[in-house]
Design a binder for this molecule. Sequence first.
Ligand SMILES: N[C@@H](CCC(=O)N[C@@H](CS)C(=O)NCC(=O)O)C(=O)O
Length: 220
Amino acid sequence: MTLTLHHCHEARSMRSLWLIHELGLDVDVIVHPFGRELRDPAYLAVHPLGRVPALVDGPVTLFESGAIAEYLCETYGRDSGLWRAPGTPERAEWLQWLHYAETVSVHVASLTQQILVITDPALQSATLVKLETRRLEKALGVVEDRLDGRDHLLASGFSAVDVGVGYSIHIARLFTDLAAFPRIAAYYACLAERPAFRAALPAPDAAHRIYTRERYFEPS
Ligand SMILES: N[C@@H](CCC(=O)N[C@@H](CS)C(=O)NCC(=O)O)C(=O)O
Protein backbone atom coordinates (compact mmCIF):
# COMPACT_ATOMS: atom_id res chain seq x y z
CA MET A 1 0.00 0.00 0.00
CA THR A 2 1.43 3.40 -0.94
CA LEU A 3 1.06 6.12 1.68
CA THR A 4 -0.18 9.60 0.81
CA LEU A 5 1.27 12.51 2.72
CA HIS A 6 -0.18 16.01 2.64
CA HIS A 7 2.80 18.30 2.96
CA CYS A 8 3.98 21.89 2.87
CA HIS A 9 7.70 22.36 2.33
CA GLU A 10 9.56 22.51 5.68
CA ALA A 11 6.31 22.52 7.68
CA ARG A 12 5.83 19.91 10.39
CA SER A 13 4.94 17.44 7.65
CA MET A 14 8.68 17.34 6.97
CA ARG A 15 8.90 15.24 10.13
CA SER A 16 6.58 12.66 8.60
CA LEU A 17 8.32 12.76 5.22
CA TRP A 18 11.78 12.37 6.76
CA LEU A 19 10.57 9.42 8.86
CA ILE A 20 8.90 7.79 5.83
CA HIS A 21 12.25 8.02 4.02
CA GLU A 22 14.11 6.62 7.05
CA LEU A 23 11.69 3.68 6.96
CA GLY A 24 12.17 3.23 3.21
CA LEU A 25 8.43 3.40 2.50
CA ASP A 26 6.76 4.43 -0.76
CA VAL A 27 4.83 7.67 -0.54
CA ASP A 28 2.83 9.96 -2.78
CA VAL A 29 3.50 13.48 -1.56
CA ILE A 30 0.86 16.13 -2.17
CA VAL A 31 2.52 19.50 -1.74
CA HIS A 32 0.14 22.28 -0.74
CA PRO A 33 0.95 25.98 -0.83
CA PHE A 34 1.22 27.27 2.75
CA GLY A 35 -1.83 29.52 2.92
CA ARG A 36 -5.53 29.77 2.24
CA GLU A 37 -5.49 26.79 -0.15
CA LEU A 38 -5.22 24.57 2.93
CA ARG A 39 -8.78 25.63 3.81
CA ASP A 40 -10.14 24.14 0.58
CA PRO A 41 -13.22 22.02 1.49
CA ALA A 42 -11.70 18.96 -0.19
CA TYR A 43 -8.65 19.21 2.08
CA LEU A 44 -10.73 20.07 5.16
CA ALA A 45 -12.30 16.63 4.69
CA VAL A 46 -8.80 15.18 5.26
CA HIS A 47 -7.64 17.52 8.05
CA PRO A 48 -10.47 19.40 9.81
CA LEU A 49 -8.25 22.40 10.54
CA GLY A 50 -6.62 22.43 7.13
CA ARG A 51 -3.12 21.90 8.45
CA VAL A 52 -0.23 19.61 7.62
CA PRO A 53 0.76 16.88 8.04
CA ALA A 54 -2.06 14.53 7.21
CA LEU A 55 -1.29 10.94 6.29
CA VAL A 56 -3.56 8.61 4.38
CA ASP A 57 -2.82 4.89 4.54
CA GLY A 58 -5.67 2.99 2.90
CA PRO A 59 -8.63 3.28 5.29
CA VAL A 60 -6.58 5.20 7.88
CA THR A 61 -6.38 9.01 7.81
CA LEU A 62 -4.28 10.60 10.53
CA PHE A 63 -3.22 14.09 11.49
CA GLU A 64 -0.79 15.24 14.24
CA SER A 65 2.87 14.63 13.44
CA GLY A 66 3.56 12.84 16.75
CA ALA A 67 0.68 10.41 16.20
CA ILE A 68 1.83 9.82 12.62
CA ALA A 69 5.34 9.00 13.88
CA GLU A 70 3.98 6.49 16.41
CA TYR A 71 1.69 4.96 13.77
CA LEU A 72 4.43 4.64 11.16
CA CYS A 73 6.87 3.09 13.63
CA GLU A 74 4.31 0.65 15.04
CA THR A 75 2.89 -0.31 11.67
CA TYR A 76 5.98 -0.39 9.48
CA GLY A 77 9.01 0.14 11.71
CA ARG A 78 9.00 -2.53 14.40
CA ASP A 79 12.39 -3.83 13.25
CA SER A 80 13.72 -0.52 11.97
CA GLY A 81 15.57 0.56 15.11
CA LEU A 82 13.50 3.77 15.06
CA TRP A 83 10.82 2.51 17.45
CA ARG A 84 10.99 1.64 21.14
CA ALA A 85 8.26 -0.87 21.92
CA PRO A 86 5.99 -0.70 24.99
CA GLY A 87 7.64 -2.53 27.86
CA THR A 88 11.19 -1.85 26.69
CA PRO A 89 13.52 0.20 28.91
CA GLU A 90 13.61 3.32 26.71
CA ARG A 91 9.90 3.40 25.87
CA ALA A 92 8.99 6.21 28.29
CA GLU A 93 11.91 8.37 27.16
CA TRP A 94 11.05 7.66 23.52
CA LEU A 95 7.50 8.93 24.05
CA GLN A 96 8.67 11.98 25.96
CA TRP A 97 11.15 13.14 23.32
CA LEU A 98 8.83 12.27 20.43
CA HIS A 99 6.31 14.75 21.81
CA TYR A 100 8.85 17.24 23.17
CA ALA A 101 9.45 18.02 19.49
CA GLU A 102 6.16 19.94 19.58
CA THR A 103 7.21 21.93 22.67
CA VAL A 104 10.03 23.33 20.55
CA SER A 105 7.88 23.72 17.45
CA VAL A 106 5.12 25.79 19.04
CA HIS A 107 7.58 28.64 19.61
CA VAL A 108 8.95 28.30 16.09
CA ALA A 109 5.37 28.35 14.75
CA SER A 110 4.61 31.49 16.71
CA LEU A 111 7.77 33.17 15.36
CA THR A 112 6.85 32.08 11.84
CA GLN A 113 3.47 33.68 12.28
CA GLN A 114 4.86 36.92 13.72
CA ILE A 115 7.68 37.34 11.22
CA LEU A 116 6.54 35.63 8.00
CA VAL A 117 2.76 35.30 8.04
CA ILE A 118 1.92 38.74 9.46
CA THR A 119 3.46 40.88 6.78
CA ASP A 120 2.15 44.26 7.95
CA PRO A 121 4.85 45.65 10.34
CA ALA A 122 2.15 47.60 12.21
CA LEU A 123 0.56 44.31 13.23
CA GLN A 124 3.77 42.53 14.24
CA SER A 125 4.75 42.51 17.91
CA ALA A 126 8.42 42.97 18.83
CA THR A 127 7.51 41.96 22.38
CA LEU A 128 6.01 38.68 21.26
CA VAL A 129 9.00 37.95 19.02
CA LYS A 130 11.36 38.57 21.93
CA LEU A 131 9.29 36.47 24.31
CA GLU A 132 8.88 33.55 21.92
CA THR A 133 12.58 33.65 21.02
CA ARG A 134 13.45 33.44 24.71
CA ARG A 135 10.99 30.57 25.26
CA LEU A 136 12.38 28.78 22.21
CA GLU A 137 15.91 29.16 23.59
CA LYS A 138 14.79 27.77 26.97
CA ALA A 139 13.23 24.76 25.22
CA LEU A 140 16.43 24.24 23.21
CA GLY A 141 18.42 24.44 26.45
CA VAL A 142 16.70 21.25 27.63
CA VAL A 143 17.85 19.47 24.47
CA GLU A 144 21.36 20.90 24.87
CA ASP A 145 21.52 19.46 28.41
CA ARG A 146 20.17 16.13 27.24
CA LEU A 147 22.92 15.84 24.63
CA ASP A 148 25.64 16.09 27.28
CA GLY A 149 27.66 12.89 26.74
CA ARG A 150 25.30 11.54 24.04
CA ASP A 151 25.16 11.69 20.27
CA HIS A 152 21.39 11.17 20.18
CA LEU A 153 18.45 11.79 22.49
CA LEU A 154 18.32 8.13 23.50
CA ALA A 155 21.41 6.39 24.83
CA SER A 156 20.91 3.46 22.44
CA GLY A 157 21.21 5.66 19.35
CA PHE A 158 19.27 7.24 16.48
CA SER A 159 15.50 6.77 16.57
CA ALA A 160 12.26 8.47 15.47
CA VAL A 161 12.62 10.97 18.29
CA ASP A 162 15.70 12.43 16.61
CA VAL A 163 13.59 12.95 13.50
CA GLY A 164 10.90 14.77 15.50
CA VAL A 165 13.23 16.99 17.50
CA GLY A 166 15.70 17.24 14.60
CA TYR A 167 13.01 18.82 12.43
CA SER A 168 12.22 21.32 15.21
CA ILE A 169 15.89 22.28 15.36
CA HIS A 170 16.04 22.54 11.56
CA ILE A 171 13.49 25.36 11.72
CA ALA A 172 14.53 26.78 15.12
CA ARG A 173 17.96 27.60 13.68
CA LEU A 174 16.27 30.14 11.42
CA PHE A 175 15.15 32.11 14.48
CA THR A 176 18.02 31.76 16.93
CA ASP A 177 21.76 31.23 16.70
CA LEU A 178 22.75 27.60 17.32
CA ALA A 179 26.24 28.85 18.22
CA ALA A 180 24.80 29.29 21.73
CA PHE A 181 23.99 25.54 21.74
CA PRO A 182 27.18 23.76 20.65
CA ARG A 183 25.93 20.23 21.32
CA ILE A 184 22.74 20.89 19.37
CA ALA A 185 24.77 22.42 16.53
CA ALA A 186 26.93 19.27 16.29
CA TYR A 187 23.86 17.00 16.60
CA TYR A 188 22.02 18.93 13.88
CA ALA A 189 25.07 18.83 11.58
CA CYS A 190 25.06 15.00 11.82
CA LEU A 191 21.30 14.72 11.30
CA ALA A 192 21.45 17.02 8.29
CA GLU A 193 23.87 14.59 6.59
CA ARG A 194 21.35 11.76 6.65
CA PRO A 195 20.09 10.84 3.17
CA ALA A 196 16.49 10.62 4.45
CA PHE A 197 16.70 14.15 5.89
CA ARG A 198 18.04 15.48 2.61
CA ALA A 199 15.34 13.68 0.66
CA ALA A 200 12.70 15.45 2.77
CA LEU A 201 14.02 18.93 1.90
CA PRO A 202 12.48 20.96 -0.91
CA ALA A 203 14.53 21.52 -4.03
CA PRO A 204 16.23 24.95 -3.81
CA ASP A 205 14.02 26.25 -6.63
CA ALA A 206 10.82 24.61 -5.35
CA ALA A 207 7.65 26.69 -5.46
CA HIS A 208 5.65 27.34 -2.29
CA ARG A 209 8.56 27.45 0.15
CA ILE A 210 7.67 28.93 3.55
CA TYR A 211 11.23 29.89 4.50
CA THR A 212 13.32 31.59 1.84
CA ARG A 213 15.96 33.29 4.00
CA GLU A 214 18.97 31.78 5.78
CA ARG A 215 17.85 33.33 9.04
CA TYR A 216 15.16 35.59 10.46
CA PHE A 217 17.15 37.05 13.36
CA GLU A 218 19.96 39.54 13.64
CA PRO A 219 23.24 37.71 14.40
CA SER A 220 24.94 39.10 17.52
N1 LIG B 1 0.55 19.75 16.32
C1 LIG B 1 0.33 19.65 14.89
C2 LIG B 1 0.55 21.03 14.29
C3 LIG B 1 0.15 21.09 12.82
C4 LIG B 1 0.33 22.48 12.27
O1 LIG B 1 -0.03 23.49 12.90
N2 LIG B 1 0.93 22.56 11.07
C5 LIG B 1 1.19 23.85 10.47
C6 LIG B 1 2.45 23.79 9.60
S1 LIG B 1 3.94 23.60 10.54
C7 LIG B 1 0.07 24.22 9.51
O2 LIG B 1 -0.41 23.38 8.79
N3 LIG B 1 -0.31 25.50 9.49
C8 LIG B 1 -1.23 25.98 8.54
C9 LIG B 1 -2.17 26.95 9.17
O3 LIG B 1 -2.20 27.06 10.40
O4 LIG B 1 -2.88 27.58 8.40
C10 LIG B 1 1.29 18.60 14.32
O5 LIG B 1 2.33 18.38 14.91
O6 LIG B 1 0.96 17.99 13.29
